[in-house]
Design a protein around this ligand. Sequence first.
Ligand code: HEM
Length: 461
Amino acid sequence: MSSSADATTRSREAPWTDPQWAGVKWTIYRGVAYDITGFVDRHPGGQWLINLAVGRDATALFESYHLRHDVASAVFQKLPVLKGFPVHKVPQAPRPNDSQLYVAIKDRVRTEVFRGSENRGAHRRGSELAALAVLSFAVLTYCLYLRWTGFAAGLLLGVAGAWIGVTIQHCGNHGAMSTIPAVNVALGMCNDLIGGASLTWRYHHQVSHHIHTNDEALDEDVCSMYPLLRFDTRLPRRWFHRWQHLYVWFAYPALHLAFQLGDFTSLLTNRTVGAELLGATTMEKSALVAGKALHYALLLVLPWALHGGAAALAGAVGYSITLSIILAMVFFVSHNVPESKPLPAGPDTREVLFGPVEARDWGVQQVLASCSWGARVGNFFTGGLNLQVEHHLFPAISFAHYPAIARVVRDECARRGVRYTHFSSLAGNLRGFLCCMRQLGSAPDEPAVVAAVTKRGGKAE
Ligand code: HEM
């Protein structure tokens, strides 16, 4: 899958290889190519976020990240338009603001939840206390780990690592933890501390997963664990998938190790499974290497020096297990329940979820392909990932506001007859996940028609 899964797959005449556009940081917004070279350093959301737009159609990223669309889009009038740019060679991204559902929800969130306070950045404030709690817990558990290095302390440290993973790094990398970009960058880089890589995560998670949710070819979360796990009926079924709902638990602990392999491969190949690192700077790549060094120094080298190799290795294994299980559990359950996939036994949502990218209603896709569980308590402990539908619609809004936003989303979905899936608890969501994995493990293959079209460059033939 890996080399062909990116919506920005290059073709021979494409702008990525044409010397005319080589020194230009270009992006496409609604069919027009812009030169953003002079703007990236001035981007109010931070350079590291607008870098994601470089070299691709960024319409979906742009429209899903700016609550004040009017303010953000006004900038395009001042940006240089690239005349003669082969826009048609670049795969078209979804256009969230073409979704009536999404626009209606966005308008109501502004008027009913923020009531004008978004003009002062209120939508990116509110999770400071949660951040403090998570960081304090992490420091405390790391002190315990250093003092009593071993398997048990590693298990506990893994809980802290996972809490950082779902809350601090996740929201920081989305630009949702603070109105100050530098704070978001710093919190986002905690991903490197816990064993991930904030750079590759942004491309994997934001460019691939968030934009193309549950698309078997373009959403890295769906295709990167195949053939081990089959998350979609368009991925060919293998004999062992019928037991995937059982062995998924044993596959989880490998996640931390898989991150390591994946991050270094991405650095060498300049891509994640689902997206090319087209806007990544040398500084960002150096930070990835430094982050890995720091992670291993803290997890292994320092404890090794203090307590010896056996204790340090046992600690690292314990860490890896809890970190992986918690992260996988929280992330996987949100898009893999029978309601979020067109399965033989379920309602037919093929058109919305499997249709050509250009024709999809992005807002409806996000709602149908995601599910939420619980309310405020779950929100605090998962950094808003429990309210996954709301997170997918508003990734750059602080999770502190998701419970209020959820009321609007549910109401608007009910008015428009769009199914909104909510479980009262994580246990309910987990049951749905296992049921979905079992069904996916035995469901017949679905033709991958759409994937074939998008892989050829986003144009139907
Ligand atoms: C492609 C061209 C882009 C332009 C012209 C642009 C422009 C802007 C402008 C003018 C603002 C200030 C908005 C305000 O005060 O309400 C802003 C904020 C922001 N941008 Fe962008 N942006 C671009 C791309 C991106 C991308 C690709 C991302 C994310 C992946 C992003 C994420 C953000 C965030 C998180 C903020 C702060 C949000 C807020 O205050 O509501 N931007 N951008």
